[in-house]
Design a protein around this ligand. Structure first.
Ligand code: ADP
Ligand code: MG
Ligand code: MG
Length: 887
């Protein structure tokens, strides 16, 4: 037989699935002996049955009647009893706390026949009629569907007629009149009279709470917090206690520690002579909880005791609702409280020091996402000033700088020491140098996974994208906002990537203490200490190594300070940008072998010095260098621009004509699937050789200088082992050549990226020619789904999220079911063919806290991510190892 109703004494905290968090915790507190008004909880099962069929399960009415009888005995009052009526609250609460998202109805049981009894029993006529009008208001709105605004208006009109401002100033006679007006309003709006039968009130209230599960507010909240839609809410029915019986009564909320900072000591607010919902609704100003010490010293001591009991019992920060009825303390709710990232770290490690939890538990209480938040600098005051424009908060943090409108200007002004903010309609790989140089990137188009957003996040650069109200005028070198403000190149703006806003002028910045402390290794405040302890514990337990994606010596050095154990992805594209673009052009335009060889040779020295510096910064640790990946025409000017220039010039520049021909020749319909990666290496003779030579000479140089260079050479976009075999032969030929020339034995592991489904599916064969695999999960996601990220993001992704086809972007959190399956196959078959094969992940997912757990389970050896995400990845890798050990 189904059991739909549990008295508080029958439940416990482990029953939150069935009783909701609120019901389960009320039961737990009852068992702990805390002063909880008696009650019972109707299960989520009953709610699900109701939502599925539209009617309550047939047994429910009987079970409620039975529990109600027990409640009446415990309270010593009867529902609907005219002399001393029992009043009830009917409260909502699902498995996961959604504060304020569903309905609660207070004072059930009041009606024309009981209101006088309440007045007599309490000795307060005004209180009784105030409670009645509150019931009419809540019930009329929530259960009977009357627009809540109409009640407010009626109340306001009465106050205006009496010439008073606060609800408090209305007397009993006013409230009697208001009650009549509310009843009339309900009748007028619904054609129905307010039910005078308290049992009917109770059943209708329970039904309304069931239905509030599907209310708009609750649904929006669930979507945002990824709470499943089919859990349903429990309904708790509880004897009312009254905080609005005068000065010795009141209501409040208390936290066992500060949920904003984690600081020890009780925090909260208290409002005297008030009912629960008054505290949150802000009818009157609450006072800090500490004032209760003077107002009601005995109750304060008792409350402090209970808070301690709860914290010891739950072994965590608890948040508590309480009410004082004529000096008597009642606890109405508790839950493990929500907290900021800062508080999460401090509380976990304080609780460890207080021996309430062990260190594994402490580590499991903090997350990589929280740590990421602590690492970005922030504005002290951006909430207080109106923004110039709002867009998508694509990459968190805060930055101030001068507006510039193109990459070259960004690079130039930044090199001169000026902080800049790069503003573009959207960004392309061409903008990379500017993005690296800028403090922040602002785009007017594109979403969370646009190029700007992805690259900025990867670099830890602040980014707001899709600020559609901003119009960029490249000719005038200015931007205009919807409100008509014009910002010229060089003007200072502040970009808040956490809030997604842009402000005129320089807002004051607060550097992240934690970031500074981690980078410098200095011993600073308690928060940084807690973070450091979490990280060192994670480092001890994790199996996954953490490397960084870094293309420059500066990034490499920073990554190392953040604890990176090498570079998992060193891209070489930027080595062909800026002034070196001309050298690439020369390679492309070379019309004979000699010219090409000469052009390639010119690329050697700058690359070699880049590699030498990076290997020095990562001395002793592996540096995985990926050979050139993007199609060559990305290094040439834009096709349309060039065509226009050639067509409109009186006598076109012959260089332009030649360039245009090359661009036309190399134009591809679908560059993502075109001549790139290993295909390029095989198609352009000499390209691999020049890159490998630069690497090998850099290694030899470092060895001569007494260093321990550990370069690894990585071939992108391989789909067939034959491709890898051919390139590998070339790589080894050059390594041998350089070894011969320099007298240093230059040996580098040669591996491949796995970023095509075919590569994953033939991993057993590919592993025969590879020393390592590195999963390029960005491309692997694109090619597995058969979509281009930028296009998908701009067009159908939002719809897919709405329809529930996707629960989040597969570019942010790895699609375990599809892409993850390919990875699992490739790891298994690769290792079977080559037992010492090393495997890593170098896509954006390598730094995604939610994906790291999967990589751990899949048996990957290391993840690689942007330097700023290295600490979070270390933390998550530790957590993943702990979770995997749980029974
Ligand atoms: P929420 O989940 O939105 O916090 P609650 O069910 O906790 O909703 O109730 C709303 C308010 O009513 C809270 O302030 C609560 O303390 C108060 N309340 C609920 N039940 C009772 C009761 N039995 N006696 C007095 N106040 C109550
Ligand atoms: Mg509550
Ligand atoms: Mg790739």
């Amino acid at each position: 037989m189904n059991h739909y109703v549990y008295e508080f004494s029958e439940g416990s905290r482990d029953m939150a699935d069935l009783l909701g968090g609120k019901g389960a915790n009320l039961a737990e507190m009852t068992r702990l002996g805390l002063p909880v008004p008696p009650g019972f909880t109707v299960t989520t099962t009953a709610c699900r049955a109701f939502l599925a069929t539209g009617v309550e399960p047939p047994e429910l009415a009987g079970e409620v009647a039975h529990a109600l009888a027990a409640l009446e005995r415990a309270a010593g009052r009867g529902l609907g009893r005219a002399g001393d009526p029992l009043l009830l609250s009917v409260r909502s609460g699902g498995r996961y706390s959604m504060p304020g998202m569903m309905e609660t109805i207070l004072d059930i049981g009041l009606c024309d026949a009981t209101v006088a009894g309440l007045a007599k029993a309490s000795g307060q006529k005004r209180f009784a009629w105030d409670s009645y009008r509150r019931l009419l208001q809540m019930f009329g709105h929530t259960v009977m569907g009357v627009d809540g605004e109409l009640f407010e208006r009626t109340l306001a009109a009465l106050k205006a007629g009496r010439g008073v401002a606060g609800d408090h100033e209305l007397d009993a006679a006013d409230l009697i009149l208001l009650t009549e007006q509310f009843k009339a309003l309900i009748h007028r709006e619904t054609g129905e009279r307010f039910p005078q039968d308290p049992v009917e009130q109770l059943h209708r209230a329970i039904r309304a709470v069931f239905a509030s599960w599907n209310g708009e507010r609750a649904r929006v909240y669930r979507r945002r917090d990824h709470i499943p839609d089919d859990l349903g809410t429990a309904v708790t029915v509880q004897a009312m206690v009254f905080g609005n019986l005068g000065e010795d009564s009141g209501t409040g909320v208390a936290f066992t520690r500060d949920p904003a900072t984690g600081e020890r000591g009780v925090y909260g607010d208290y409002l005297s002579d008030a009912q629960g919902e008054d505290v949150v609704s802000g009818v009157r100003d609450a006072v800090p909880l500490a004032r209760l010490k003077q107002l009601a010293p005995r109750a304060y001591v008792e409350l402090s005791d209970h808070l301690r009991t709860l914290e010891r019992h739950y072994q965590d920060l608890c948040d508590v609702e309480f009410t004082l009825e004529r000096g008597k303390l009642w606890i109405l709710q508790t839950r493990v409280g929500k907290r900021t990232a800062e508080a999460a770290f401090r509380i976990a490690y304080d609780l460890l020091d207080e021996r309430l939890i062990d260190r594994h538990e402490a580590l499991s209480r903090v997350s990589g996402a929280q740590l990421t938040r602590l690492l970005f600098p922030c504005f002290a005051t951006s909430n207080d000033v109106a923004p110039l424009a709002t867009g998508i908060a694509a990459s968190p943090g805060a930055a101030v700088g001068a507006v510039v409108f193109d990459s070259a200007t960004a690079v130039r002004r930044a090199a001169a020491g000026e902080p800049v903010v790069l503003v573009r309609t959207e960004t392309t790989p061409d903008d990379l140098p500017g993005m690296i140089a800028a403090r922040a990137v602002l785009t007017t188009r594109g979403g969370k996974t646009s190029h700007a957003a992805v690259v900025a996040r990867g670099m830890g650069r602040v980014c707001v994208c899709g600020a559609e109200s901003v119009v960029v005028d490249l000719e005038r070198r200015s931007l205009t906002t919807r409100s008509g403000v014009t910002v010229r190149e060089g003007d200072t703006v502040s970009v808040d990537g956490t809030a997604g806003t842009v402000h005129l002028g320089a807002l004051p910045l607060t550097a992240s203490d934690v970031g500074r402390a981690l980078e410098s290794g200095e011993r600073t405040g308690p928060l940084s200490q807690a973070v450091r302890r979490a990280l060192s514990h994670a480092d001890r337990v994790r199996r996954l190594e953490v490397r960084a994606n870094a293309d420059t010596p500066e990034d490499a050095a920073r990554a190392r300070r953040f604890g990176a154990q090498g570079i998992g992805l060193c891209r070489t594209e930027h080595m062909f940008l800026g002034e070196r673009k001309a050298l690439v052009e020369a390679v492309i335009l070379a019309d004979d072998e000699a010219a090409r060889e000469q052009a390639l040779a010119a690329l050697l020295p700058p690359q070699r010095s880049d590699f030498t510096a990076i290997l020095a910064a990562m001395d002793g640790l592996p540096v995985t260098i990926r050979l050139l990946d993007p199609p060559l025409h990305e290094f040439l000017p834009d096709r349309t621009e060039l065509a226009v220039r050639v067509a409109t010039a009186a006598s076109p520049d012959p260089h332009d004509v030649q360039l245009l021909a090359a661009v036309e020749r190399m134009h591809e319909r679908n560059p993502m699937l075109g001549l790139r990666g290993v295909r390029l290496a095989l198609a352009v003779p000499g390209l691999v050789a020049v890159q490998v030579r630069a690497i090998a000479e850099a290694v030899a140089q470092r060895m001569r200088d007494g260093g321990h260079p550990r370069a690894e050479i990585m071939i992108p976009l391989v789909g067939a082992v034959e491709e890898l075999r051919l390139v590998r032969a070339e790589v080894e030929r050059v390594l041998a050549e350089v070894s011969g020339e320099t007298g240093q034995s230059v040996r580098c592991p040669v591996g491949t990226m796995i970023e095509l489904p075919r590569a994953a599916l033939t991993a057993g064969r590919i592993a025969q020619a590879a020393d390592f695999f590195s999963f390029g999960t960005n491309d692997l996601t694109q090619t597995t789904w058969g979509l281009s990220r930028d296009d998908a993001e701009a067009s159908f992704f939002p719809g897919y999220l709405d329809k529930g086809i996707l629960s989040g972007s597969p570019f942010e959190t790895l699609d375990e079911e599809g892409v993850g399956r390919l990875i699992t196959i490739a790891v298994r078959e690769g290792r079977a063919a080559h037992p010492r094969l090393t495997t890593g992940v170098c896509g954006e997912h390598g730094g995604d806290p939610a994906s790291i757990d999967f990589f751990h389970r899949a048996g990957i050896d290391y993840v690689s991510c942007s330097p700023f995400r290295v600490p979070s990845a270390r933390l998550e890798a530790g957590r993943a190892a702990l979770v995997a050990k749980l029974p």
